[in-house]
Design a binder for this molecule. Structure first.
Ligand code: B12
Length: 457
């Protein structure tokens, strides 16, 4: 069979950053599984680079039997456009293949998928896609039991991915090329702002340490990989797996650097953090979220401020850079809560921090709470919900040119936003004065003042 797998273009304006262009690893598994079964697979990544493949007759020219689209909520506008255009050419009898949609959006917003779509796949896609193509299922909405043994999955289609213009670097590793890997699925926790539970469920499945290491060896041999960035919710959840992975890297002397994403509670273990460091771990991306215990509890994060402190201190001790991801603007958060977060970060001085302004993603607990309690001020066309003051917060935390605004004028503001606005005005006034000083005074005097007056240059 001829199968096209594709992704959707990012919106020009989006509340989530859409500039990080890395290989889509879920689609990668699908490509490899299909190739293994000798299907002819085509891949177009519109998220990386938007294309006009439908208008240009790609489906007809390549006799595509199935087109499969990866759908996430943020890019769903473009997914819908593609679906409608593909269905149009089908109605005009210009093409007569089948349309399949998979990816996180199918689990969180099933109702939004048009009825002309032939198959909607929820959750894991490898087995399901093969069943559909081999005509082993008559269901339209297909959801299969999750696989128990992920080790059977073939390697990513690196031959395809390495020819495409993805980012093979990582801002907190000083080496390249950096390859991304995804080695686990599901999360046993139940953070109220996160929708991963409704996409994957609580069961945690993973590639074994041995399987991860064999793909890393392949990447080193064939593509001179220097580092791996594990992009997944919780790389260190299973301590035995991490220990085996580190010991494997050390005994094989692979000499590779790596970074991973994880929770602070699993890093409050000095033996583990030390071994990770010896095995080449140079950075961790931590879901810290807040420095206020009250907010951590509202988020149902099941961690304490003390654990945040301990994990960051241990990582610093063993020279592992910490990138702390923080969330602000959740219902009930006050200016004082935000100050606690800021204070904690100033005290612990991790390598980097980023504040993310809360936007409700369909099907998270907090999303449902915001809707049920009518706390939102705006809902956009793909179903994301925004709280009062969202615009002030994005201006404050992301800057006014970040492209994270929505096409809606916010009317309401909380006390928290008023405080931020005051600071924003002071910040803008400072900048204006500095610019004025720079343009009016002679260069000699400006240089003399540098260091005394804020951002002169
Ligand atoms: C790594 C990652 C990234 C990486 C790589 C992206 C990628 N597509 O792999 C980068 C940094 C580029 C990224 C960007 C974004 N991401 Co992201 N990302 C993740 C993360 C942590 C892991 C993704 C992954 O590899 N999962 C494992 C693989 C196996 O699963 P999968 O990709 O979903 O694919 C499987 C199934 O969904 C299904 N499937 C998928 N597509 C298809 C298609 C067909 C036809 C079929 C049959 C099946 C099928 O089969 C696959 C194999 O089993 C997830 C969280 C998570 N746990 O999933 C968030 C997540 C997917 N991202 C999310 C978001 C919002 C984004 C962005 C829109 C914005 C952003 N910056 O966060 C962009 C969109 C990029 C894009 N077009 O893909 C959300 C999506 C929420 C939603 N409701 O849609 C998630 C769930 C995190 C969250 N915040 O809740 N992301």
């Amino acid at each position: 069979m001829n199968i096209l797998l594709t992704t959707s273009a990012a919106p020009k304006i989006s509340p989530f950053f859409t500039t990080e262009k890395r290989p889509p690893l879920g689609v990668g598994f699908l490509i490899s599984v299909l190739r293994k079964e000798k299907h002819k697979v085509f891949f177009i990544d519109n998220y990386l680079e938007p294309s006009n493949f439908i208008e240009e007759g790609f489906l007809q020219d390549n006799n595509i039997d199935f087109v499969g689209i990866y759908a996430n909520t943020i890019c769903y506008r473009d997914t819908l456009r593609m679906l409608i255009e593909i269905n149009n050419i089908r109605e005009k009898n210009l093409w007569n293949g089948k349309i399949i949609v998979g990816g996180p959006h199918t689990s969180v917003a099933l109702d939004s998928i048009p009825l002309f779509v032939d198959y909607v796949v929820q959750g894991e896609g490898e087995k399901t896609l093969l069943d559909i193509i081999d005509r082993k299922t008559n269901e339209r909405i297909v959801k299969r039991e999750r696989m128990s043994n992920l080790d059977d999955l073939p390697f990513q289609p690196w031959d395809i991915f390495t020819k495409m213009g993805y980012d093979y670097s990582c801002e907190w590793l000083d080496i390249r090329p950096v390859f991304t890997m995804n080695t686990s699925r599901g999360c046993p926790f139940n953070c109220s702002f996160c929708s991963v539970d409704s996409i994957w469920g609580r069961r945690y499945t993973y590639l074994s340490a041995k399987r991860i290491i064999s793909e890393i060896e392949y990447l080193i041999e064939n593509y001179s990989a220097k580092a791996i960035y594990f992009r997944e919710d919780n790389f260190t959840l299973n301590k035995n797996r991490v220990l085996a992975f580190c010991e494997g890297l050390i005994s094989k002397e692979l000499n590779i650097q790596w970074a991973c994403e994880t929770r602070v509670d699993s890093l409050c273990d000095e033996e583990l953090v030390k071994l990770m460091s010896v095995a080449g771990c140079r950075a961790v991306y931590l879901g810290v979220e807040s420095g206020s215990q009250r907010i951590l509890d509202i988020l149902n994060k099941q961690i304490t401020v003390e654990q945040i402190e301990k994990a960051i201190r241990l990582c610093k001790k063993y020279h592992i850079r910490c990138y702390c991801s923080l969330i602000t603007g959740v219902p009930g958060e006050t200016y004082e809560d935000y100050l606690s977060t800021r204070k904690l970060m100033r005290r612990l001085k991790p390598y980097a921090v980023s504040f993310n302004v809360f936007v409700g993603i369909p099907n998270s607990q907090l999303y449902r709470y915001v809707l049920d309690s009518r706390l939102y001020e705006h809902i956009d066309d793909v179903g994301l919900v925004y709280l009062p003051g969202y615009d002030t917060k994005t201006k404050y935390f992301y800057g006014k040119d970040s492209g994270c605004f929505v096409d809606y004028k916010f009317k309401r503001q909380t006390k928290f936003d008023k405080q931020l606005l005051k600071h924003l005005n002071v910040r803008m006034l400072n900048r204006a004065i500095a610019n004025l000083v720079r343009t009016v005074l002679p260069r000699r005097i400006v240089d003399g003042l540098r260091g005394w007056i804020g951002p002169i240059s």
